[in-house]
Design a protein around this ligand. Structure first.
Ligand code: CO
Length: 134
């Protein structure tokens, strides 16, 4: 079902510091910061050639990653995103197999303007999985 790893998302307490670390220590190419108020995050993308790292800092008090950072203040891997060709088919298959989808299980437009859904971390060894239709 899954295609390539689209991105690894890492929650960070300070986006500028985290972005500079990837740039300075790893020599990575890092995008300009983007504010995504409707998703409660500010992000930069680190180009890894074969995939991307998305560094996310909370934007606003109701940010969905605020709780994550309250538990792990130094930051950490928040989710992995895999590409799929057909999100509705993927969702139907996963639910039939007993996987738990977050929210109402319906695809939503994600932070990159494409339909996404999330699989509960308890179904994948504590790792939140995002599926994005490409
Ligand atoms: Co993502």
């Amino acid at each position: 079902m899954i295609g390539r790893l689209n991105h690894v998302a890492i929650a960070v307490p300070d986006l500028a510091v985290a972005a500079e670390r990837y740039r300075a220590l790893l020599g990575a190419s890092v995008s300009q910061p983007q504010c995504l108020p409707e998703h409660g995050v500010q992000v930069v993308f680190v180009d890894t050639g074969n995939s991307k790292i998305e560094l996310m800092e909370p934007l606003g008090d109701t940010s969905p990653i605020a709780k994550f950072l309250a538990r792990t203040p130094e930051g950490g891997v928040h989710h992995l995103c895999f590409e799929v060709a057909d999100l509705v088919a993927a969702s139907g298959y996963l639910v039939a197999q007993g996987a738990r989808l977050l929210g109402d299980g319906q695809p939503r437009v994600g932070a990159h303007g494409k339909p996404v859904l999330f699989i509960h971390p308890k179904d994948f060894n504590g790792t939140l999985i995002e599926l994005e239709q490409i």
